[in-house]
Design a protein around this ligand. Structure first.
Ligand code: AMP
Length: 172
């Protein structure tokens, strides 16, 4: 997976001072490379057979919806505050850079159906942890997480349920 790092740009002090932002957009402009990178996640979906793939706004939507569409699996958006209509459940969480809140539509998941959460990058784990909490609060059976990139030094995995699978493709 090291070979994919040349498609990731590092932008210093974005969006805040002290953050080295990993820009993975160049991967999406190389369809064959993106496809090759995603193969382990494709296999993971085939073996774990989730009923839903949940993507975290907004960069998580890209790969989550691509996998959902390809595999004909339902897609669920987990979004920033005040974006989803109807009854929503929300949770506040800490970010590597600040604080935020995520929301999910209340009736989005059939009880005990299997859900995998996908995001572009795992940093401190606050975002993914909050998304997992939301899945459980609306009655879903959270089976695991998948990320394109993991910043291992930040130990985000420790914030996630260790009984679940936590897959990441490119590790820093
Ligand atoms: P965290 O909650 O700390 O695990 O942060 C993960 C979320 O913030 C993901 O949705 C990422 O898109 C974004 N994020 C955090 N740190 C970075 C970074 N260094 N580069 C790119 N995205 C980041």
């Amino acid at each position: 997976m090291e070979k994919f790092k040349k498609y990731i740009n590092e932008i210093k002090d974005f969006p805040n001072e002290g953050i080295v932002f990993k820009d993975i957009n160049p991967i999406y402009k190389e369809p064959k490379t993106w496809n090759e990178l995603m193969m382990p996640l494709q296999k993971l979906i085939s073996t774990t057979k989730p009923d839903y793939i949940a993507g975290i706004e907004s960069r998580g939507f890209i790969s989550a919806s691509a996998l959902a569409f390809k595999n004909e699996i339902a897609f669920i958006p987990i979004r920033k505050p005040n974006k989803l209509p109807g009854k929503v459940i929300g949770v506040n969480y800490k970010l590597e850079y600040g604080e935020d809140r995520l929301e999910i539509q209340q009736n989005s998941i059939k009880k005990d159906f299997k859900v995998i959460v996908i995001d572009d990058l795992l940093a401190t784990g606050g975002t993914a942890g909050a998304a997992g909490k939301l899945i459980r609060e609306v009655g879903g059976n959270l089976i695991g997480y998948a990320f394109l990139v993991e910043l291992t030094e930040l130990q985000g995995r420790k914030k996630l349920d260790s009984k679940l699978f936590i897959e990441s493709l490119i590790k820093y």
